[in-house]
Every structure is written in structure tokens, then in C-alpha cells.
Design a protein around this ligand. Structure first.
Ligand code: PMP
Length: 361
């Protein structure tokens, strides 16, 4: 299965396994744990034998609460919601339901690693729209990429791996373009909370047919709990529920109880802390690296100061710093991904190594 080659990341981890005390800026998940209230709720659920399947569309309490939030944000939209097995589960179901073999799916490059694999899994053809060097959405490029075979656009803001947050004008333009061409717009909002400079604008605000996928993994540090959700037009959500019945069945019940409690936890302190980490790292690197400002998620995507992304990352790992080469997320091998979901001390050590490497040639 050559399509699903993951050798890029594997090589990094093979090299990294030999290190004693590496500075790790490669992690794609928060460095805080699940809030206590949510942990206790999941434990209580297990202890009180809430261990069976839930309804396919999700535990009633959780689904109703999420749906109420969605309806408050998009009044009178008639949007429906399904709880999924992680945001990944939602992505799989959405692509399975929309894309037939030979259909084209527009993906922005750099992209989240899963997108190309999922598009080919459902027999689709990925059409890339380049966003280098600033990772902004160029609507003319998107327009040129649309053909009669285009079924969907996969959009992710705040973005993994670039940290870019699309502006209101970009989001609105994309939403209207999709509507005009009758192309499904799938908005991956898993980093919605981690938008530091302004609240996230969703394309669903301008395009009632936009399908939003979201989840609890990053917001509450529960990547292993596998709880996500999707909301959109009723007909689409009904299709996802049908497909979930024959694939994932449901998200794990105890974790859905935990996720329900998590909704009451105020995470703004963590978000503020990450915004500060972002500011620190940007200031520390901007003089030595070609670095687009990052408005969200917890990633930055600087250009390698010399060599290819892969060559620079090998040198970084030789110097005990773990980062990910850009070609894992892109057709280009010119950049690398940094995650600042790490302690301040780790970030300081990492920035020092990066500056030293940049000046070394
Ligand atoms: N979308 C994006 C952009 C992500 O970065 C991730 C996790 N790395 C996911 C979806 C999947 O998240 P999960 O399945 O844990 O909810």
C-alpha cells in the first residue's frame, strides 16, 4: 500500500528513539491533562456500569448539549449533529458519504497528514491548492482548481501544521465560492478554541451547507478518549449516522460522559498560556527564520534556513531536538513543523538549538 507510506515520520521517530533527553517540539497534542471533573465523570460512568453502546448518534445528554450550542450559534439553521469516534471518525464518515471513486477533493498544501490518505481511501482524487509562503487562502487558486468533478473542499483553520488562522474575508470568500459551485465545504475546527488573536470564524456562518467537524481531543487534552462530532444539514448528518452504524458504531460511552462534564470546564487559562508560548517562540525565532505569523493551533511552520526540510530536521535530531519535516504535511520539502505545546523550559532550550543551527551555515 504505497499510498499510505508513513516513512517520513517513522524515520524521525527511529532517530529520536536513540536520544536520552531530547527537546521535544514534535508533539501534536496539548501538554495538559484531562480536567479532573471530566476524569471523575468517566470513572463514575465506568463504575456505575455505563459501559454499553450508546445510540449511534451519541449519548442523548451530550448530543443535546452540543446541538443546543450549535443552534445558538446558527439559529434557525436546522443543523443536526452526530457524536463521532474522534474528529478522525467524523472525517472518515464525511469523506465516505460525499466522495465517490474518481471525484475530486480540494486540499490546501500544507495539509493535515490524514487528508491525502483519507481521500485515496475513498477512491477520490486529491487536488492540491498551494498556500505557500504565507499560508493564506488564495480564492483565485481555489476557483481555478474547481472542475465539474469537484465534490468537496477540505478546510482547516486554525491549521495543522502551519498554525495559520484564516481571516473573516478568506472564510467568507471560500464559503461563498463553495456555495456558488455547489461543492461541499468541510471545515475541520478541531483547533477552534486555540485561536489567539480573534475568535474563530466558521464558514458555516456564510454557507448553511458547510459541514463542520470538531472534537474534544485538543480542547481538553483527551486525544486517547476518541470523542468528536460533526454538524451540518440534516440530510448529511443522517447519512453520517447511517455509516457510523456500520463502522465505528458509537464513540466510547464512558468517555462521552467525561466529555459532557468537560463542557463546563473553563479552558481559557490554558489558551492564554499557549498564546504566550506562541509569542515567545515567534520572538525567539523571527530574526533567524523565515516564519509566517501563527494565529492558532499550537504549531509554527518555519522555512528551513538551509538544506531541505528533511536535511535540517536530521541535523536538529542530531542535536537532540525533535521536530517534523515539512514533507510529511506537504508536497514540498522546504519547511518543518514546531509544536509549542511544551513547557516554557523546553521551548527555551528548543529555540536556542534552532538559532544555533540556523547560524551554523
Ligand atoms: N484534524 C486535525 C487538523 C488534527 O490535527 C487532528 C489531530 N492531530 C485531527 C483532525 C484528529 O483528531 P482526533 O481524531 O483526535 O479528534
Amino acid at each position: 500500500m504505497g499510498t499510505f507510506d508513513s516513512s517520513g515520520i517513522r524515520k524521525v521517530f527511529d532517530l529520536a528513539a536513540k536520544l536520552q533527553n531530547p527537546v521535544n517540539l514534535s508533539i501534536g497534542q496539548p501538554d495538559f491533562d484531562v480536567p479532573d471533573k471530566a476524569r471523575q465523570a468517566a470513572i463514575r460512568a465506568i463504575e456505575s456500569s455505563k459501559n454499553a453502546y450508546t445510540p449511534t448518534q451519541g449519548l442523548g445528554t451530550l448530543r443535546e448539549r452540543l446541538l443546543a450550542q450549535v443552534q445558538a450559534e446558527y439559529p434557525d439553521s436546522g443543523r443536526q449533529l452526530v457524536v463521532t469516534s474522534g474528529t478522525s471518525g467524523a472525517l472518515v464518515l464525511v469523506l465516505m458519504s460525499l466522495v465517490n471513486p474518481g471525484d475530486e477533493v480540494i486540499v490546501f498544501d500544507p495539509y493535515f497528514v490524514m487528508y491525502p490518505a483519507l481521500v485515496s481511501l475513498v477512491g477520490g482524487k486529491m487536488v492540491l491548492v498551494d498556500t505557500y509562503p504565507n499560508f493564506r487562502i488564495d480564492l483565485d487558486r481555489v476557483r481555478q482548481a474547481i472542475t465539474p468533478r469537484t465534490k468537496a473542499i477540505l478546510f482547516n483553520s486554525p491549521a495543522n501544521p502551519t498554525g495559520a488562522v484564516a481571516s473573516e474575508a478568506e472564510v467568507r470568500g471560500l464559503a461563498e465560492l463553495a456555495k456558488e459551485h455547489d461543492v461541499a465545504l468541510v471545515s475541520d475546527e478541531i483547533y477552534r478554541l486555540f485561536s489567539y488573536d480573534a475568535p474563530l470564524v466558521s464558514p458555516a456562518r456564510y454557507n448553511p451547507d458547510a459541514i463542520v467537524i470538531d472534537g474534544f481531543s485538543k480542547t481538553y487534552g483527551m486525544t486517547g478518549w476518541r470523542v468528536g462530532f460533526a454538524h451540518g444539514p440534516a440530510a448529511v448528518i443522517q447519512e453520517l449516522i447511517k455509516l457510523q452504524q456500520y463502522t465505528f458504531v458509537c464513540a466510547p460511552q464512558p468517555m462521552q460522559w467525561g466529555a459532557f462534564e468537560a463542557l463546563d470546564v473553563d479552558m481559557s487559562g490554558y489558551v492564554a498560556a499557549y498564546a504566550k508560548k506562541r509569542d515567545f517562540l515567534y520572538q525567539a525565532l523571527r530574526d533567524d527564520f523565515d516564519l509566517a505569523p501563527s494565529g492558532g493551533a499550537f504549531y509554527m511552520f518555519p522555512r528551513a534556513p538551509w538544506g531541505t526540510g528533511t536535511e535540517f530536521v536530521h541535523e536538529a535530531i542530531e542535536n537532540e531536538l525533535l521536530i517534523i519535516p515539512g514533507n510529511v504535511f506537504s508536497r514540498a520539502d522546504t519547511h518543518f513543523r514546531l509544536s509549542y505545546a511544551a513547557s516554557d523550559e523546553t521551548l527555551e532550550r528548543g529555540a536556542e538549538i534552532l538559532r544555533r543551527l540556523a547560524r551554523a551555515r
